[in-house]
Design a protein around this ligand. Structure first.
Ligand SMILES: NC(=O)c1ccc[n+]([C@@H]2O[C@H](COP(=O)([O-])OP(=O)(O)OC[C@H]3O[C@@H](n4cnc5c(N)ncnc54)[C@H](O)[C@@H]3O)[C@@H](O)[C@H]2O)c1
Length: 242
């Protein structure tokens, strides 16, 4: 099950999972986009729910039929603007979708996974939760909180067969960041600052999901995998010696 699977990174994660043989649930608050992604995939199920609405989540899970083997907590929003200028509603919406929503989705699937003795939760965080950028309100804070909860889930649920990990994407040319990269100057500055000298693609994140959920990653639990071409470690490279 992929939350926010109706567009951007989520839609690519859905397609990659389906191509690898998973039966995929696409949960999105926008039923049209979830259906549009599901329409192209045999066996995919579109589920309409707001991740911050526990009752709607329970109903969507009942429609899915069973606890998923894998939950990808990908639904997320960003509100741009200075911290002191954002409204209380901006603050609440960011916390409710990114942090509370991810925790509620994990809480909704956990009993079934724990009863079965297997399952995996992957939380899509952000490099902004590791090293926050200015001008994006509480976004980085919610992602850092998700990373912390990933560790808490790994501790509580690992002994009962359920893993939890996180993926922190960097500068990705998709989804909520695509409008930024439509500006050629922003695109050149950002991609030039990445040690691998390119922006990330949604497929880079989908590949990380497939890896973390694979047998090869079976002993990885409570880890936040940064997928950013090296950019958040590059501060010394950005500052010339003279
Ligand atoms: N695009 C990037 O550069 C980037 C970088 C780092 C992290 N991320 C993270 O990746 C995830 C996906 O982002 P994206 O860029 O694909 O954004 P996006 O806006 O394209 O997609 C987000 C999806 O989540 C859905 N959604 C939003 N609020 C919801 C809610 N309350 N309930 C259910 N669904 C909801 C939207 O309808 C949409 O389909 C987010 O968690 C984001 O923070 C993205």
């Amino acid at each position: 099950m992929v939350t926010g699977g109706g567009s951007g990174l989520g839609a690519d994660i859905v397609r990659a999972l389906a191509a690898a043989g998973y039966r995929v649930g696409i949960l999105d608050r926008d039923p049209g986009s979830a259906r549009a992604v599901a329409d192209g995939i045999a066996d995919a199920v579109a589920l309409a729910a707001d991740v911050a609405d526990a009752d709607a989540l329970a109903a969507a899970l009942a429609d899915f039929g069973a606890a998923p083997d894998l939950l990808v907590n990908n639904a997320g929003i960003v509100r741009f603007g200075a911290l002191e200028e954002q409204s209380p509603e901006d603050y609440a919406a960011t916390v409710n979708v990114n942090f509370l929503g991810s925790c509620l989705c994990a809480r909704a699937v956990a009993p079934g996974m724990l009863e079965r003795g297997s399952g995996h939760i992957i939380n899509i965080t952000s490099v902004n939760g590791v090293h926050p950028a200015p001008g994006i309100g509480l976004y980085g804070g919610t992602k850092a909180a998700m990373a912390c909860m990933t560790q808490a889930m790994a501790l509580e649920w690992g002994p009962r067969g359920v893993r939890a990990n996180a993926i922190a994407p960097g500068f990705i040319d998709a989804g909520m960041s695509r409008p930024i990269y439509e500006n050629p100057q922003a695109r050149a500055v950002r991609s030039g600052g990445v040690p691998l000298r390119r922006l990330g693609e949604a497929a880079d994140i989908a590949h990380a999901v497939l890896f973390l959920d694979s047998e090869q990653a079976a002993y990885i639990n409570g880890h936040e995998l940064v997928v950013d071409g090296g950019v958040i470690n590059s501060v010394l490279a950005q500052l010339p010696r003279s």
